[in-house]
Ligand binder design. Structure first.
Ligand SMILES: Cc1ncc(COP(=O)(O)O)c(C=O)c1O
Length: 452
């Protein structure tokens, strides 16, 4: 049996796939918070280079990947599709389990697929400096890596709790020449306001976004970059799903179930989008499952409403499942999954019934990640562990039913900088958090009253 399906560099996709062209119903527009009217490209111009804004609103099915970028992708792409045969055996399941292995990139996750693209377009348009937020540090390190390639300055606001939990991620960013500060920070109005209310604030992605946006808006030569949520980010990540699709074609298989974890939705979005297209266009029946933490149950308990992308209410309004922009999640170890909102395109696909969502506790995720690591060797990121938990559940259901379903999950990154959280799990110190309904109601009461 071939364990790894590897594409040659010549077989690497040369275009990104844009699901907008195949949606059965168009997505709700992005609204201006002041006027409540759909925004235009000029509204986004202070923050993003025009080429990325064009991609954000594009309805074209295919968008060419510039050749210079294809060359950079070759540092780690194409990535392997791996049959987890030793884990199948350990679980004693007739299911065929595959994983798409994105942990082989230099920063260790799927994040550079969009980081290098965003740095490339910023460079093309004369930008000198990029600001961003990061949760777990994976995104911040991916953007640092990308900015280093294109000779751009990079400033990263890292969610305080992760900054303290994961000092090695900060050092990695510094190796690639970036500056990383904990958020909330005293450097911005948004940060200072939060620190006045709570000097020990653990931070959140919403706050870190507010800080990065504020700094980008202050200088002509600076733009902002977001590592998830937006259409252009998921577009760049579509290379993951396109490769996976090709790899399945090569081995004559097709997934019955496709699983990924969701923070802002970029790895799952990029991984599943072309399979969602097969459901829409070809009537395929694949179950596509997004997995989120019970501590931040955006799609399973949030409302599908217009909300801000950040805490200080500076971004345009996006229609998405949301727990409210003021929501500060419990300090679970999957830092990258602690976001109050979700990629609007995934919310739309969920609303249309094309994808499903489930929420899981962190302890069972670590248990599943360790079961996987003991069989397959690779030590996954705590975020990815959420996808692994649901993969394990589905594989064990196959054991009960005797079905040999084809299950694939996106192995979005390694957990080599997350060993403190593994230690907490192994020593029985890791807590599970379920977000109480009152907390959700409290945050949802602050949703803006537009687009209703
Ligand atoms: C390894 C890994 N997987 C998944 C995520 C979640 O983000 P997204 O939903 O954008 O893929 C993160 C975010 O930091 C991550 O580092």
């Amino acid at each position: 049996m071939e364990v790894k399906t590897i594409l040659s560099e010549k077989e690497m996709p040369t275009r990104w796939y844009n699901i907008q062209a195949d949606l059965p119903k168009p997505m709700p527009p992005v609204l201006h918070p002041g006027t409540g009217q759909p925004i235009g490209p000029q509204d986004l111009a202070p923050l993003f280079p025009m080429e990325l804004i064009k991609q954000e609103v594009s309805q074209e099915r295919w968008i060419d990947i510039p050749e210079e970028l294809q060359e950079i992708y070759k540092i780690w792409r194409p990535t392997p599709l791996v049959r987890a045969r030793r884990w199948e055996k350990a679980l004693d399941t007739p299911a065929k389990i595959y994983y798409k292995w994105e942990g082989v990139s230099p920063p260790g996750s799927h994040k550079p697929n969009t980081a290098v693209a965003q740095a490339y377009y910023n460079k093309q348009e004369g930008v000198k400096r990029i600001t961003t937020e990061t949760g777990a540090g994976q995104w911040g390190s991916a953007l640092s890596f990308a900015c280093n390639i294109f000779g751009l300055e990079c400033k990263v606001f890292m969610v305080r709790i992760s900054y303290d939990q994961k000092p090695y991620r900060r050092i990695m960013m510094e190796v690639w020449g970036a500056t990383c500060v904990p958020s909330p920070s005293p450097e911005t109005n948004a940060g200072r306001t939060i620190l006045e209310q709570d000097p020990n604030s653990p931070g959140s992605l919403g706050i870190a976004i507010s800080e990065a946006v504020e700094v980008a808006a202050q200088r002509e030569d600076t733009k902002y970059s977001l590592g998830s949520v937006l259409n252009h980010v998921l577009l760049h990540q579509s290379i993951v799903g396109l490769e996976t699709h090709k790899q399945f074609e090569k081995i004559g298989e097709y997934p019955d179930i496709a699983i990924g974890c969701v923070g802002g939705g970029s790895n799952f979005g990029g991984f599943q989008m072309y399979f969602a297209r097969d459901k829409i266009v070809e009537g395929k029946k694949t179950r596509i499952i997004a997995v989120e933490p019970t501590a931040c149950p955006t799609m399973t308990k949030g409302l599908y409403k217009y909300d801000f992308g950040d805490t200080a209410c500076t971004t345009p309004l996006l229609k998405m499942f949301t727990l409210g922009h003021s929501f500060i999640p419990a300090p679970i170890h999957a830092g990258g999954l602690r976001y109050h909102g979700m990629a609007p395109v995934l919310c739309h696909l969920h609303d249309l019934g094309i994808i499903e969502a489930v929420a899981v506790h962190q302890n069972p995720c670590f248990e599943a990640a360790i079961s996987f690591a003991r069989a397959e060797g690779h030590l996954p990121a705590p975020e990815t562990a959420h996808a692994i938990k649901v993969t394990m559940d589905e594989a064990l259901k196959c054991k009960e039913s005797g079905e040999s379903k084809v299950i694939v999950f996106n192995n979005s990154g390694h957990g080599h900088f997350d060993l403190a959280s593994y230690e907490r799990y192994l020593t029985g110190k890791l807590e599970d958090y379920e977000l109480p309904d009152e907390k959700i109601q409290e945050a949802l009461a602050q949703l803006p009253k537009v687009g209703e």
